[in-house]
Design a protein around this ligand. Structure first.
Ligand SMILES: NC(=O)c1ccc[n+]([C@@H]2O[C@H](COP(=O)([O-])OP(=O)(O)OC[C@H]3O[C@@H](n4cnc5c(N)ncnc54)[C@H](O)[C@@H]3O)[C@@H](O)[C@H]2O)c1
Length: 244
C-alpha cells in the first residue's frame, strides 16, 4: 500500500532537483505523475523513473501551456488529485539596481507560474470533488536576504496566494499548502553547498537533499494530511527557527 495509490499528480519543475525527486517519490508511493518542465529534461526524468510518468513540456509562465498541462492529466488519466507547483528560478540583484526585465523574469516563473497552476488545477479538482495543491515557496518567502529582492518578493507572494486559495477552496475539498525549503542541493544551488556558512544555516550543520523535501511533500499531498490546509511548512533543517 502506497501513500498515494491511485492518485493522479502533476509536478512542475520535474527535470531537476526537488521536482524530479518528487516524481520519484510519488511514483514509488503509487501515483501516476505528469512530469512537467520547460527544458526537455522531463523526458530524462520519465526514462529514469519508468512506468507511471507522462512527460510534458510546458513553460509555467504561459497560460495556454499551463491549461494544456492540466488538460493532459484530466484527458489521459481521468482526473487531477495533486498539483505540485515546484518550477522556479533564482537570480540576484540589489533593489537599488533592480531592472524591470529582471523583475519580470523572476516573477513570471516564481509567482505567475504558481498562480496559473492554481487557477487551472483548482478548476479541474472542483469537478471531481477535491484534491491537494502544494506550492513551493522558500525560507526566502518567510524572511529576507540581501540581493534576492525579486525572488524574495515572489516567494512571499506565493505564501499569500496559498492562504487565499486555501480559504476559497475548503468548501470544494481542495487542500492548498506551501513548502518552504531551506538550503537544498539541486541544480539551482549547485556549487554553493560548500561555501562557508551554508551548511551551518541548518542546526544539523549540513545542507538538505532533494528527496528529504519530496518525502514531506508526499505526506502533505496524501489523504493522511486531510486536516492540513493553508499551512506554510518549512523543510529547512531548523534554519528559520534560529535568531541568527
Ligand atoms: N534549492 C534550494 O535550496 C531552494 C530553496 C528554497 C526554495 N527553492 C524552490 O524550490 C523549487 C525547486 O527548486 P530546485 O532547487 O529543485 O531547482 P532546480 O533548478 O533544480 O529545478 C527547477 C526546475 O524548474 C524548471 N523550470 C524553470 N523555469 C520553468 C518554467 N518557466 N516552466 C517550467 N519549468 C521551469 C527548470 O528547468 C528546472 O528543471 C523552486 O521553486 C525554488 O525556488 C529551492
Amino acid at each position: 500500500m502506497g501513500l498515494l495509490d491511485g492518485k493522479v499528480a502533476v509536478i512542475t519543475g520535474a527535470g531537476s532537483g526537488m521536482g524530479k525527486a518528487s516524481v520519484d517519490v510519488f511514483v514509488r508511493e503509487g501515483a501516476t505523475v505528469v512530469a512537467v518542465d520547460i527544458t526537455g529534461r522531463q523526458d530524462d526524468t520519465a526514462a529514469e523513473v519508468g512506468a507511471g510518468v507522462r512527460p510534458v513540456q510546458c513553460d509555467v509562465s504561459k497560460e495556454a501551456e499551463v491549461e494544456a498541462m492540466i488538460a493532459t492529466a484530466v484527458d489521459e488519466f481521468g482526473r487531477l488529485d495533486i498539483l505540485m507547483n515546484v518550477a522556479g528560478i533564482a537570480d540576484a540583484l540589489l533593489m537599488s539596481e533592480m531592472t524591470m526585465e529582471h523583475y519580470d523574469r523572476i516573477l513570471d516563473v516564481d509567482l505567475r507560474g504558481v498562480v496559473l497552476g492554481m487557477k487551472y488545477g483548482i478548476q479541474a479538482m472542483q469537478k471531481t470533488g477535491g484534491g491537494s495543491i502544494i506550492n513551493f515557496s522558500s525560507v526566502g518567502g518567510m524572511n529576507g536576504a540581501g540581493w534576492t529582492g525579486a525572488y524574495t518578493m515572489a516567494k512571499h507572494a506565493v505564501i499569500g496566494a496559498t492562504k487565499v486559495a486555501a480559504i476559497e477552496n475548503g468548501e470544494h475539498g481542495i487542500r492548498i499548502n506551501a513548502i518552504c525549503p531551506g538550503f537544498i542541493v539541486t541544480g539551482m544551488s549547485a556549487g554553493a553547498e560548500d561555501l562557508p556558512g551554508i551548511p551551518e544555516k541548518s542546526v544539523f550543520n549540513r545542507v538538505g537533499q532533494a528527496h528529504e523535501v519530496a518525502e514531506v511533500a508526499a505526506f502533505v499531498a496524501s489523504d493522511r494530511a486531510s486536516f492540513m490546509t493553508g499551512a506554510i511548512i518549512p523543510v529547512d533543517g531548523g534554519w528559520t527557527a534560529k535568531l541568527a
